[in-house]
Design a protein around this ligand. Sequence first.
Ligand code: UD2
Length: 322
Amino acid sequence: MSRYVVTGGAGFIGSNLVRSLLREPGARVVVVDNYLTGKPENIHEVRDGIEVLEVDIRDYDDVRRAVRHADVVYHLAAIPSVPRSIENPVPSHEVNVNGTFNVLRACTEERVRRVIFAGSSSAYGDTDVLPKTEEMAPRPKSPYAVQKLIGENYATVFYSCYGLETVTLRFFNVFGPRQDPGSPYSGVISIFMKKLIAREQPTIFGDGMQTRDFTYVEDVAGLCRRAAAAPRSACGRVYNAGNGNRYTLNEVWETLNQIEGTNIPARYGPDRGGDVRDSQADTTAARKYLGHDPQYSLEEGLRRTLEWYRASLTVEQPALAG
Ligand code: UD2
């Protein structure tokens, strides 16, 4: 019987991972979250099957108690968002860097078998070549990107220096159910969903021709679990956790209009500081060493996500014309 700890388990990706872990017979799942960006309602319906520890990863002693007896720790707790880290770098530094250090240190002390760390594709910055491979030199463009890069470097060093089995997965623009659309720092697809359902125009920063490797959250949760089960030889390394495709924001908004049978034009605003222009994962290493096998096309992921938002969002529907 395995005991899993998911830091950030009440967050968007974490709460989806928790559901995926609970499908394993006999799995014991512990959620560590301080509800800074996570939400109790994300884990409400699975609450009876899990243990929840309201712990802030900036507190080492609490983290240490939380990871005690864990077989695998999925370290997803973070303050995400590129613009948020530019506007207010201190909290995200404290959580993403100091908090990550605490988790790695606590897992070493408590002899946790393996830590899966949520890295970010933002670590690459702008590269001359696409898709992006793990050998490319990182060129972070924002505090958030630096923080995630420090986290993955620590993860690698904790493996080489202390023998803690770590795997870093660089997440590439994950989307899906339970992504919070409620803040200006929310992921673009969650914002698009909310706007589409409300029949409002989204604002696209720049010309909308920037590209992202949008990856459906189920595929990411699946890869997290595969990374936990991979042989030890796969540890101490960084892997791209993307889908392998890239789409412009204009294409995403157009696809959503098609799915919904609407024709709502986007508004355009100034470029967003710290933005990477293009992003696409080379998934060769994750496929080869971790068994990564993404199943969801962008369109299928968007359909499923839209269905979830439609059922969950309490947005006032405008009166039907005519
Ligand atoms: C970065 C990372 C991603 C993940 C994420 C966590 C890259 C390429 N990706 O995502 O892997 O770590 O950070 O936060 O660095 N946008 C609009 N209108 C809006 C909102 C966003 O046009 O209302 C644009 C935004 O300017 C950007 C794109 O949409 O060009 C994606 O933005 P995002 O905030 O969803 O994610 P991003 O790429 O910063």
